[in-house]
Design a protein around this ligand. Structure first.
Ligand code: ACM
Ligand code: ZN
Length: 748
């Protein structure tokens, strides 16, 4: 009897610790499975392991074969046939009809003898494969899987990521890499934003100029930037995604964000153009004309080719941020409003989307668009992708429409990790608070969005995406029942080893540190102070512009001091791996360094600079005009008097300025330099006119400088930058006061 009690107690203890646990800490599974029961021993994979599947599951079997053969470094066999009985050393794909598994759930049984994957649908098998991939050891020669049983299924079936290739183009191999990573973390959709103002990226045979013209833009420095996917490349990418259980939802943006297409075919606009493919980011007034029939013929022809390339049920048509200014003045658009009995331009947009929806529905597809498609009346069968206020979810669901949740507050991965932390993403639950029970079925799931205005390459995608995509994976899979953030974060810490192995250049979880730069006039040294926000990091830096690595100089006592000019780069490291935003700054030692600066016109209070003598502190403003080292004023000219303390001889004077028309910042008309020895009587020594166009929307920097034939001797320098005053006629906000931004006055 005693023995029996002891036995019962042991079973109880074991079942509470080893067996039947939900919160399993043994394996680093992200997302964590619904139920995991640990067995004894392990299934060891080797060259004789065989994968067994029927014809219907052969795609999944081949994918698993590819994964395991790569891990084992030897090709293993796949047997396709109707007899999928489980024998020793085999992995079997077994169709199931367990209702509880749903469309994406699976049951995975691993014993020392064999492995069985049960699923009702293909997606369930793909999810099980992701689990197997994550169960494989990260390091070591022994390739094995632990004995266990997993029953797993997601709370939300739409788990996506949007990748914008319009603003920056990423080659085919880069796109495939993200497809693989999305599959690895059990996502289901890649929402591929293929067209935008700054680039049309999909080859359309009927309209070759879309890519000959619309895929390329001329940058401020005169260089050509662009690229596009040929149809055969798209077919290859779609097939690759299918082989990994990822559906690609293509987005062809309309009626707004269409400058690239309109540059190629200006006759599709209200005014007829001409246009250029913009280099800057923003919202543009020129959009497809909703009055002309030719616009709809064009759209249908384009979509016909798109449907031929993409088998997805959903086709995304954008629909966001479409200004109505051109429509309100266009005779064709106004005629359409009158003929169709529409109330206004909002209803004209609704008419546009409705027509496109009818076309897509007639081809057996469903339309989805950003939440602006609600305005003016939503198309009858449309699915809404929410990005603005959560209230639109209710508005859509109440009228019977499905919703994909991607609010900027939680899911915009283009936001810096300092602003949108890993922890904040982890709080994302796609169901809005107090959402009526009868409407909940309309919330399909969620998506994170990666807009690429400031994402130039794959490394930067990694930085923006990881580790925050892991939080998204967990939130969408486990939803209400997800673990505490502490438990999740512990798994993320372990996951870093895998991310490193996969070559992922992940970003930080949130703010790591800040720096403050100064010039110490008394001892003529630059001083950089590092303020730690997160614990456990080490800091290394270089002064010659090279990449800081672990072998670079180490920051001691949170302070760095140096003399002379430097290209300073600082990197935070966690566990010997770069983690955190890199600081990249230029310091210039020059003759006016540390000079007293008097500003004649007051600076704007939001841009006072780092110190009163910011203009001559040797610390150059960066490509972020809000970095604290740029000074600015609005409407007025900038006039500064610089006192170098004693007469100095020099041959060069320059002032660095920044322009970004989309933020109302323009270059000055010109910059005028004067000198004096008493600070009262000044004489002019040179003027530089601006020679760059004022209307570049994105940020550009320019040095306004003069070189003198003979050295000039003076104690005081006066610099005047002529503000354009008001934003000109071409500007969306014409008539408002323009800003000028300036940083270092350099004297050599
Ligand atoms: C969006 O961010 N304009 C959908
Ligand atoms: Zn029009």
């Amino acid at each position: 009897m005693k023995r029996l009690i002891l036995f019962a107690m042991m079973v109880f203890i074991l079942s509470g610790s080893l067996f039947a646990q939900k919160k399993v800490k043994f394996f680093n599974l992200i997302p964590s499975p619904t139920e995991l029961n640990l067995g004894r021993g392990e299934f060891v994979l080797n060259s004789k392991t065989t994968i067994k599947a029927d014809q219907k599951s052969s795609v999944m079997a081949n994918f698993l074969c590819e994964v395991l053969s790569t891990t084992l470094n030897t090709e293993i066999a796949v047997q396709i046939g109707s007899n999928s009985a489980n024998t020793a050393n085999s992995i079997v794909f077994a169709w199931s009809d367990e209702k509880t598994l749903g469309p994406q759930g699976y049951r995975l049984e691993i014993t020392p003898d064999n492995v069985t994957i049960h699923a009702n649908e293909a997606n369930g098998f793909f999810m099980a494969i992701s689990t197997i991939r994550q169960l494989l050891p990260i390091e070591g020669k022994r390739v094995s899987l632990p004995s266990l049983t997993i029953m797993d299924k997601p709370e939300f079936t739409w788990r996506g990521m949007m990748l914008d290739v319009g603003r920056h183009y990423f080659p085919k191999e880069v796109v495939k890499r993200y497809i693989d990573l999305l599959s690895f973390y059990k996502f289901t959709e890649l929402h591929w934003h293929l067209t935008d103002d700054q680039g049309w990226r999909i080859e359309i045979k009927k309209y070759p100029k879309l890519t000959e013209v619309g895929a390329w833009r001329t940058e401020a420095n005169g260089s050509k930037y662009g690229g596009f996917y040929k149809q055969e490349e798209i077919r290859e990418i779609v097939a690759y995604a299918q082989s990994r259980g990822i559906t690609i939802v293509p987005e062809i943006e309309m009626p707004g964000h269409s400058m690239a297409a309109l540059t190629a075919y200006p006759e599709l606009s209200c005014t007829g153009g001409p246009f250029t493919v913009p280099t800057g980011w923003g919202v543009f007034e020129d959009v497809y004309c909703a009055g002309k029939e030719s616009t709809f013929t064009f759209m249908e022809n384009v979509l016909t080719e798109v449907l031929d390339l993409f088998p997805s049920t959903f086709i995304h048509i954008g629909g966001d941020e479409c200004p109505k200014t051109r429509w309100s003045k266009c005779p064709d658009c106004q005629k359409r409003i009158k003929d169709e009995g529409l109330k206004d331009e909002a209803q004209l947009q609704s008419y546009f989307v409705n027509r496109i929806e009818k076309f897509l529905n007639s081809r057996g597809r469903r339309l989805t668009g950003w939440d602006e498609i609600l305005e003016g009346g939503i198309a009858p069968n449309a699915t809404v992708q929410l990005w603005r206020d959560w209230k639109y979810a209710k508005e859509a669901a109440q009228t019977g429409h499905d919703v994909i949740m991607s609010p900027t507050s939680h899911t915009y991965l283009n936001t810096s990790p300092e602003q949108l932390t890993l922890e904040k993403v982890y709080t994302f639950y796609p169901m809005p608070d107090e959402f009526p029970a009868e409407l909940q079925k309309h919330i399909l799931g969620g998506e994170c969005d990666l807009w690429t205005e400031n994402v130039l390459n794959g490394d930067r995608i990694d930085f923006q995406m990881f580790p925050r995509i892991l939080a998204m994976s967990e939130c969408l899979w486990n939803g209400k029942t997800r673990q505490s953030y502490t438990d999740f974060n512990a798994r993320v810490q372990t996951e870093y080893a895998r991310l490193q192995k996969m070559g992922i250049k992940y970003g930080p979880e949130g703010p790591v540190y800040t720096v403050n730069c100064d010039y110490d006039k008394a001892i003529t040294e630059f001083v950089v102070k590092v303020k730690e926000i997160s614990k456990g990091f080490e800091y290394h830096y270089t002064l010659d512009g090279t990449e800081p690595v672990l072998a670079s100089m180490k920051v001691v006592n949170n302070e760095i001091r140096f003399k002379g000019s430097a290209h300073f780069r600082l990197q935070s490291f966690l566990n010997n791996y770069p983690n955190g935003t890199q600081t990249d700054r230029h310091f210039v030692a020059h003759k006016a360094l540390g000079a007293e600066v008097t500003m004649v016109n007051p600076l704007n209070k939001n841009y006072p600079g780092n110190s009163k003598n910011n203009l001559c502190d040797g610390i150059m403003g960066t490509s972020n005009f809000g970095d604290g080292y740029w000074q600015a004023l609005t409407y007025n000219d900038m006039i500064a008097i610089v006192d170098m303390g004693e007469e100095k001889s020099f041959t060069e004077v320059s002032l660095d300025m920044v322009s970004k028309a989309s933020s109302w910042i323009l270059f000055p008309y010109g910059v005028f330099f004067e000198v004096s020895n008493d600070g009262k009587e000044f004489k002019g020594i040179g003027t530089v006119q601006n020679d760059l166009p004022l209307n570049t929307l994105s940020l550009i920097q320019k040095k306004f400088g003069i070189k003198l034939k003979d050295p000039e001797k003076a104690r005081y320098i006066k610099v005047t930058a002529k503000n354009p005053g008001l934003l000109p006629e071409w500007h969306l906000s014409k008539g408002e006061a323009a800003w000028i931004f300036f940083d270092e006055l350099i004297v050599k």
